[in-house]
Ligand binder design. Structure first.
Ligand code: ADE
Ligand code: ZN
Length: 326
C-alpha cells in the first residue's frame, strides 16, 4: 500500500500548531535545568506518564505547567527551531504558528523576548530548511477582555513579526462574543483573524466566531457537523476548518479515530485541513496525523490531494504564491 508514502511525501502547510505544544519532555527537562525552574517531574518517563488527558482542561493544566521552563529569548528560539526541523522532515513547507504570550508575560517574561526568540527561529527556518514560517498571536479566552487589550498593546511594537491573531484555551464558558471588540480592533490593524471554536464547544460558538469576530478560519470546528445550517454556511463560503485528529482523539472529542468526522466534513464540501495542534502532547506531528487518520477512516489518495491543496488555499500566503503551489 503506497498511500502512507504519498501522505508523508506530499508538500503540505500546517495552519494549527501551538508552539508551546511542541515542547518535548526532553526539552522541558533541559530548559528546566538551564533556567533552574522546578517543573515537578524529574524524568522524561514521569512527564509522559502525566500526559493522560480526559478533556481539554486536563491537557491545558499540564501544557501551561510545561511552558514555565521558557524564560529567555533563546529558549523560545530553541523550541521553535526544534519544531520547524521536525515539520520540515514531514514535508511541511509552510507553517503558521500559534503562540500564547499571556502564558509567559504573566510569569514576568517580556513580550520582546517571546516574539524575538520565535521570530529568529522562523527566519532561520527559511534560510536553512526552506520552510516559510509565520506567527499568529493567540489570546487566552479564559482571561479578560481587558487583559487581552493590554497584551495587544504590548505586542504592537512587534507588529511586523506576526501576521494575525487567534483565540485559544478553555472554550466552554468563554464564547467568542467576549472578544468582539478586541477582534474588531485587530481587524482595523490589518491582522488576520482566526479562533478556536467547536472543539468541545457548541455550533453556536462557530456561528459567533464567524458573524461577530469575523474570523477567516475556524480552528477545530468539528462540532459544526451537529448543525446542518452551519455546515451549509461553511461549505458555501469555503471557511477553512483546521482539524486536528490526534488532538481530538487524545482529548476525547471522539472515542477513536475511526469515529472522527473528517470524512463527513470533507464529503460535505468543506475546506478541511489536517494539523497537529500540540504534537509533543498528543503523540504525533503532521505525518502521524495524516497516516493514522487515513488508516482509521479509509480516506484515499483523492482526499490526500484535496487536504494538501486545502492547506495552501486556507493559508495566509499571498494569492500570487498560492498560484505557484497549485
Ligand atoms: N491551546 C493549546 N492547544 C489548545 C487546544 N487544542 N484548544 C484550545 N486551546 C489550546
Ligand atoms: Zn489548538
Amino acid at each position: 500500500d503506497r498511500l502512507p508514502e504519498l501522505l508523508r511525501r506530499m508538500p503540505k502547510a500546517e495552519l494549527h500548531v501551538h508552539i508551546e505544544g511542541t515542547l518535548e519532555p526532553e526539552l522541558i527537562l533541559a530548559l528546566a535545568r538551564r533556567n533552574q525552574v522546578d517543573v515537578g517531574y524529574d524524568s522524561v518517563e514521569a512527564l509522559r506518564q502525566a500526559y493522560n488527558f480526559t478533556d481539554l482542561q486536563s491537557f491545558l493544566d499540564i501544557y501551561y505547567a510545561g511552558a514555565c521552563v521558557l524564560r529567555e529569548a533563546r529558549d523560545f528560539e530553541d523550541m521553535a527551531r526544534a519544531y520547524l526541523e521536525r515539520a520540515a522532515a514531514d514535508n511541511v513547507v509552510h507553517a503558521e504558528i500559534f503562540f500564547d504570550p499571556q502564558t509567559h508575560t504573566a510569569r514576568g517574561v517580556s513580550m520582546e523576548k517571546v516574539i524575538t526568540g520565535l521570530h529568529r527561529a522562523c527566519e532561520r527556518a527559511r534560510d536553512e530548511q526552506g520552510v516559510n514560517a509565520t506567527l499568529i498571536l493567540c489570546f487566552l479566552r479564559h482571561l479578560s477582555e481587558e487583559e487581552a487589550f493590554e497584551t495587544l498593546e504590548q505586542a504592537l511594537p512587534f507588529r511586523d513579526k506576526f501576521i494575525g491573531i487567534g483565540l485559544d484555551s478553555s472554550e466552554v464558558g468563554h464564547p467568542p462574543e467576549k472578544f468582539a471588540r478586541l477582534f474588531a480592533r485587530c481587524r482595523e490593524l490589518g491582522l488576520h483573524l482566526v479562533a478556536h471554536a467547536g472543539e468541545e464547544g457548541p455550533p453556536a460558538y462557530v456561528w459567533t466566531a464567524l458573524n461577530l469576530l469575523r474570523v477567516e478560519r475556524i480552528d477545530h470546528g468539528v462540532q459544526s457537523a451537529k448543525d446542518p445550517m452551519l455546515m451549509q454556511r461553511l461549505a458555501q463560503d469555503q471557511i477553512p476548518l483546521t482539524v486536528c485528529p490526534l488532538s481530538n482523539l487524545k482529548l476525547k472529542v471522539f472515542p477513536d479515530l475511526a469515529a472522527h468526522n473528517i470524512g463527513r466534513l470533507l464529503g460535505a464540501g468543506l475546506c478541511v485541513t489536517v494539523n497537529s495542534d500540540d504534537p509533543a502532547y498528543f503523540g504525533g506531528y503532521m505525518n502521524d496525523n495524516f497516516v493514522q487518520t487515513f488508516a482509521a477512516t479509509g480516506l484515499g489518495a483523492r482526499q490526500a490531494y484535496q487536504l494538501a491543496l486545502n492547506s495552501f488555499n486556507a493559508s495566509f500566503v499571498s494569492e500570487r504564491v498560492k498560484r505557484n503551489y497549485g
